[in-house]
Design a protein around this ligand. Structure first.
Ligand code: AMP
Ligand code: MG
Length: 267
C-alpha cells in the first residue's frame, strides 16, 4: 500500500512538520496522473455497485484553508461518477435557523443515505475552526465539541457509514500564490474576497486550531488524512487512492434479482 498520509495521532506531531509538498512522495507527475485516471475508472465501477447494493454509505469530509483545493478535488475526483449516487454539500456560515439549533443539526440532516456517497465541502469541523479562531462562541462551548463530534461520527459509523476525513495541507506560501492568481485573473475574482485576506492574517491561529482538531478527532472509526496539497496532481492521487482502497474494503455487491428470470422471453 502506498503512502496514505493517515495521521498517527498517538504519536506527537506538529502540523508544521507534516509535508505540504507532494513531490517527495511521487516524483513523476505523468505517472501520477496515469495512476489517478486508472483509479478513477475503478472508483466509478465501485460507486455503481455501492449504489446498486443500497446498504452501505460513504462520507468524505474535506477541510482546508482558503484556496486549499477543496473545489478542485471535488471536480477531479468525482468526474464521471453517476451524479445520482453522490451528494456534494457545501457548508457556509450558518443561517439564523441553523444557529438556533445545535451545531450538528444542519450536518446530520444531510449525511449520506444508503447506497450514497456524501462529500462535505467544509463541515461540522468549522465549528471548532473558524468559530474558535474568531471567537464566535466561548471556549466553554467549542471545546466540548471534540467529544460531541467523535460521538456523532461513531453513530454514523455504527449505522453503516464509512467516514473519511481529508485535511488538504498547503503552505502559507502556496496560499499566497493561489490568492495572487485569483487576484490577477478577472475570471477568478468570484473565488476571492477581502475576507479571505483577513483570515490569512490568522494563519498561525488556524494551524493551532487544525492541529488540536486533528489530535482530538482522529479516531479508529473516522480517521483524518493530512494530504500534502501544494501539488494538485499529487493531492488528487493521494485522496483517490484512499477512497478506492476504502471502497474495495467495503466491497459492495450487486443485489440478487428479485425475480427468477429463467426462461423469460421478451416479446
Ligand atoms: P467558501 O467555502 O469560500 O464558500 O466560504 C464559506 C465560508 O463559510 C467560510 O468563510 C467558512 O469559514 C464559513 N463557515 C462555514 N461553516 C461555518 C460555521 N459553522 N460558522 C461560521 N462560519 C462558517
Ligand atoms: Mg472562499
Amino acid at each position: 500500500m502506498p503512502q496514505t498520509h493517515q495521521l498517527d495521532w498517538q504519536r506527537p506531531f506538529q502540523l508544521q512538520d507534516l509535508p505540504t509538498d507532494g513531490k517527495q512522495f511521487h516524483p513523476n507527475r505523468d505517472e501520477a496522473e496515469t495512476e489517478f485516471k486508472a483509479l478513477r475508472t475503478e472508483f466509478v465501477a465501485l460507486q455503481e455497485r455501492l449504489y446498486a447494493e443500497d446498504k452501505q454509505k460513504l462520507l468524505i469530509v474535506l477541510q482546508a484553508m482558503d484556496a486549499g483545493g477543496k473545489d478542485g478535488t471535488i471536480r477531479n475526483v468525482l468526474k464521471g461518477v453517476n451524479p445520482q449516487g453522490v451528494r456534494v454539500q457545501s457548508f457556509k456560515a450558518p443561517s439564523k435557523e441553523e444557529l438556533a439549533h445545535d451545531f450538528l443539526w444542519r450536518i446530520h440532516k444531510v449525511v449520506p443515505t444508503r447506497g450514497m456517497i456524501g462529500v462535505f465541502n467544509r463541515s461540522h469541523y468549522e465549528d471548532v475552526l473558524v468559530v474558535r479562531v474568531h471567537n464566535l462562541v466561548p471556549e466553554s462551548v467549542w471545546r466540548p465539541r471534540y467529544t460531541q463530534i467523535n460521538q456523532f461520527e461513531k453513530l454514523l459509523h455504527d449505522s453503516g457509514t464509512r467516514v473519511l476525513k481529508f485535511y488538504l495541507h498547503i503552505s502559507a506560501a502556496e496560499q499566497k500564490e493561489r490568492f495572487q492568481a485569483r487576484l490577477d485573473d478577472p475570471e477568478k475574482h468570484w473565488k476571492f474576497s477581502l475576507e479571505d485576506l483577513e483570515k490569512r492574517k490568522f494563519w498561525p491561529d488556524y494551524m493551532a486550531a487544525y492541529e488540536e482538531m486533528l489530535r482530538e478527532c482522529s479516531t479508529e472509526w473516522a480517521p483524518w488524512y493530512v494530504i500534502p496539497a501544494n501539488q494538485k496532481w499529487y493531492r488528487n492521487l493521494a485522496i483517490m487512492r484512499t477512497i478506492v482502497h476504502t471502497l474495495r474494503d467495503m466491497n459492495p455487491q450487486f443485489p440478487e434479482a428479485e425475480d427468477n428470470f429463467d426462461g423469460v422471453v421478451i416479446e
